[in-house]
Write a protein that binds this ligand. Structure first.
Ligand code: ADP
Length: 460
């Protein structure tokens, strides 16, 4: 079954609510009118019965024998039809009007000071009963009023409500449908615009209605989402393009070296020379592929860290041992200032070693011979801070926000010269963040750089 559109659902709800309201209103109004009419009639009947009672008390006191005549004369004074009758306790009629006789209105089983409805043939009557006790005699006074006119009006009202309701419902459902269509038209527009956006035109944005309502918020939210998607998509595209570019260069180099060697090499040493060039490129390429694989696994969330308690000082000392060799080869002074206290964190020692080595390796790469590097480790609060300070070439302010991006190299030529592809700091950042830490840089060109890694320690 085709799901109902919001427009139809809204209209159905609207009609249902209106139907319920009309029903409640109709029933409440009908009973309120009926109750109102009856209480007005009761009041006038009570007044009439009160008059008869007063008259009877007077007559019974002065000349009881004239009771019937007095009641008749009193009744004749009323211009409209007389509906009254009086009966004594012996069941004899003291007075019974012609209309009461005609409709044969009976005496109720129990005398009450109250009113009730009575259907006299086709004529609905409202009857009021009152008991009168005088000198040990009891009399029952009954007065009545025909209700046909009132009930006719009530019936008319009922028919008006019953006939008008469907008309109102038809009009309201039409109006409701039109209103919801009108209100939801921008949603259709947004849907159509969103359908046109695909990976080829991710830079397109939805038109934002300046209506300051949910629809404006919806369009702005979708645009925000598109912006993030576009940025992510561009990053992936750029990453793929950069990765293939970085792979193509060494592959081309290996191919050319091999071709030239096959064509021109005559001696074993010439072959060896070509082979070692190819091997060097192969090593670089394997390292690049390994880095790419690591980042791809990290992106996919499948690169798992083997978390165990790690003594950061030991881990950093291990990386410094490698760094010292690198620095010595380049005549760069290497010093370490590692806190003697044990700084333990929950982490993957292999990944942390890699993070530290990337930063030390960079410090060596970008520091001229004669320069110096200081690696230190300390803690503030419950956070370990590892610092890698060099007196190297430094990083321009505009590059600092990008150096952690993949394949970003502030100085491509110089980086490549040292075998860098611009993935080291991306990996370093991933390791730091995967451990709940962070990495930041402070640098000015010519004055060297400081990389600071903060890592959360286990509670002491
Ligand atoms: P690369 O393999 O090129 O070194 P990284 O991601 O490790 O890639 O570093 C990115 C860029 O940041 C480098 O190309 C270099 O321009 C800059 N950089 C990193 N570390 C330093 C440093 N200690 N001194 C100066 N520049 C640095």
């Amino acid at each position: 079954m085709k799901p109902l559109s919001i427009r139809v659902k809204l209209t159905v709800w609207y009609v249902a609510v209106l139907l319920a309201s009309l029903g409640i209103f109709g029933i409440a109004a009908y009973f309120a009118m009926k109750g109102g009419i009856e209480s007005t009639v009761d009041e006038s009947l009570e007044e009439q019965a009160g008059g008869i009672e007063e008259l009877m008390r007077g007559v019974l006191k002065d000349e009881p024998a004239r009771l019937a005549d007095e009641l008749r004369e009193h009744a004749e004074l009323r211009a409209e039809g007389d509906f009254s009758q009086v009966r004594d306790q012996g069941g004899r009629w003291i007075y019974r009007s012609r209309l009461m006789t005609k409709y044969n209105v009976p005496v109720p089983n129990t005398a009450r000071h109250s009113a009730y409805n009575f259907m006299a043939r086709d004529l609905p009557l409202r009857v009021f009963v009152r008991e009168l006790n005088s000198d040990g005699n009891a009399y029952l006074i009954q007065v009545a009023s025909p209700m046909d006119d009132f009930y006719d009006s009530l019936n008319r009202f009922r028919w008006v409500v019953l006939l008008l309701s469907p008309l109102l419902l038809v009009l309201a459902s039409g109006g409701g449908y039109w209103l919801s269509r009108h209100a939801l038209a921008p949603v259709d527009q947004i849907t159509r615009a969103a359908q046109k956006i695909n990976s080829n035109n991710l830079s397109q944005r939805l038109e934002v209605p300046q209506s300051r309502d949910e629809l404006q918020r919806l369009s702005e939210t979708l645009n925000g989402m598109l912006e993030r998607l576009e940025a992510a998509f561009n990053r992936i595209t750029q990453f793929t393009a950069d990765a293939s570019h970085e792979l193509r260069t060494p592959l081309a180099l290996m191919r050319t070296t091999t071709e030239v060697s096959l064509r021109t090499s005559q001696t074993v040493s010439e072959y060896r020379e070509a082979q070692s060039q190819v091997l060097e490129e192969l090593e670089k390429t394997s390292s690049l592929v390994e880095k790419l694989m690591l980042l791809a696994r990290a992106d996919a969330g499948v690169e798992t860290l083997q978390r165990v308690p790690v003594n950061l000082a030991d881990c950093l000392r291990g990386a410094c041992n490698d760094g010292r060799i690198l620095a010595a080869a380049k005549q760069v002074t290497f010093r370490e200032n590692i806190a003697s206290s044990t700084l333990v964190m929950e982490g993957d020692s292999h990944a942390l070693h890699r993070l530290f080595l990337i930063l030390i390796d960079n410090a060596v790469k970008y520091t001229q011979s004669g320069g110096s590097i200081i690696v230190s480790l300390d803690k503030t609060d419950n956070v370990a801070v590892a610092e890698f300070r060099d007196t190297g070439i430094g990083i321009a302010a505009e590059d600092q926000s990008h150096i952690f991006d993949r394949f970003y190299r502030a100085d491509k030529a110089r980086s490549r010269e040292f075998g860098g592809v611009g993935l080291g700091l991306s990996i370093a950042r991933w390791v730091a963040e995967a451990h709940g830490g962070s990495i930041a840089v402070e640098s000015s060109p010519g004055d060297g750089s400081v990389f600071r890694v903060r890592l959360p320690l286990l509670p002491a």
